[in-house]
Design a protein around this ligand. Structure first.
Ligand code: NDP
Ligand code: 13P
Length: 336
């Protein structure tokens, strides 16, 4: 049995707490929101985010950050990406040398273009930072629906330790040394999922969605490999796997926000209606900047950026994508 601290009592933090509790670990969950802590402690259900899923009585919820991270075998960071840096900064004084932290949020910092693990390492240099990612909607993990993810860590030993901690008959965990590839796949797929949602909102069909997913993973992999990620990560659970689930699932916040924008809502109206974090909105500008920095063409991501931040009409963006100059699908095989 391990002692685990979970930072964040949103959908994902709560679902992972339930999973780790099911595995026999002692779980303490922190939220910045005292009302949320009080509600979860009293009602033993996250009615707005994981309705119908019972929370065990011995799972502790608290606003006490020090208590949540002190003397823990590992600490899970499950706050939205825009709060990862500030949360890590607040945690730093209580984190001992070599403390294992597992980031499960998905995003890239707009101002620095840093991944979340890089930000955590900058704020808590003494920590040993790992990541967990893959196609894993909280609504399904909370209901113990079979799910597969990947843990990325600096050493095989750490990755296999975390694999053992999280894995059970409904949660299969693979290991990988490719932390960068895992994090890029997880954050960039949210931008493509916004586009897939917009296509749905415009009333387009399965053909459009399949094209966005397929050409979307090309974009993600082109950039990710140039940055140093492994192609296999983009072709695996943390790349194409997560992209498929986010573009297709009724649970996806990014797809839903995109859908609402495709139907004519503004970005802010869509985010307000979704109510939970829409990470793709924050990662889009960073993705465009990374494309420029690494000299990689990102046509779908650039169109999403134009819709979100330049007032471009979604239908016009699809037209512009369709009418780009004709090209070869790939250059893997030369003409004979
Ligand atoms: N939901 C999912 O299925 C999955 C989510 N993820 C990732 O996990 C991360 C968290 O997502 P999710 O749990 O869905 O998000 P939610 O929107 O469900 O929850 C976000 C939580 O963060 C809290 N919060 C608000 N402000 C701050 C702050 N300043 N500091 C710390 N916490 C704050 C919110 O509190 P309040 O209620 O007061 O606003 C809320 O509890 C995201 O990066 C997401 O991409 C990854 C895989 C699956
Ligand atoms: O990353 C996720 C599933 O793996 C969650 O995606 P959304 O944030 O779009 O719901």
């Amino acid at each position: 049995m391990a002692k685990v601290g979970i930072m964040g009592a949103g959908s994902w933090g709560t679902a992972l707490s339930l999973l780790l509790h099911k595995n026999g670990h002692e779980v303490t969950v922190w939220s910045i929101n005292a009302e949320e802590v009080e509600m979860l402690s009293r009602e033993r259900e996250h009615k707005s985010k994981l309705p119908g899923v019972k929370i065990p009585e011995d799972m502790e919820f608290t606003t006490d950050l020090e208590k949540t991270v002190t003397d823990k075998d590992f600490v899970v960071l499950a706050v939205p990406s825009t709060f990862t840096r500030s949360t890590a900064r607040n945690m730093c004084p209580f984190i001992k040398e070599g403390q294992l932290l597992v980031n499960v949020a998905k995003g890239i910092e707009e101002s620095t273009l840093m991944t979340l693990s890089e930000q955590i390492e900058e704020e808590i240099p003494q920590a040993n930072v790992a990541v967990l990612s893959g196609p894993s909607h909280a609504e399904e993990v909370g209901r113990m629906i079979p799910t597969s993810v990947v843990v990325g860590a600096k050493t095989k030993e750490t990755a296999e330790y975390l694999q053992k901690m999280f894995m059970n008959e409904v949660f299969r965990v693979y290991t990988s040394p490719d932390i960068l590839g895992i994090e890029l796949g997880g954050s960039l797929k949210n931008v493509i999922a916004l586009a897939a949602g917009m296509a749905d909102g415009l009333g387009y069909g399965d053909n459009t969605k399949a094209a966005l997913i397929t050409r979307g993973i090309h974009e993600i992999a082109r950039l990710g490999v140039k940055m140093g990620g492994a192609l296999e990560s983009f072709m695996g659970l943390t790349g194409i796997g997560d992209l498929i689930v986010t573009c297709a699932s009724v649970h996806s916040r990014n797809r839903k926000a995109g859908y609402l924008m495709g139907q004519g809502k503004t970005m802010q109206e869509a985010m307000d209606e979704v109510k939970m974090v829409v990470e793709g909105v924050y990662s889009t500008k960073a993705a465009v900047a990374l494309g420029k920095k690494y000299g990689v063409d990102l046509p779908i991501i650039e169109q999403v950026n134009a819709i979100l931040f330049e007032g471009k009409n979604a239908k016009e963006a699809v037209y512009d994508l369709m009418m780009r100059k004709g090209k070869a699908e790939h250059n893997a095989k030369p003409w004979s």
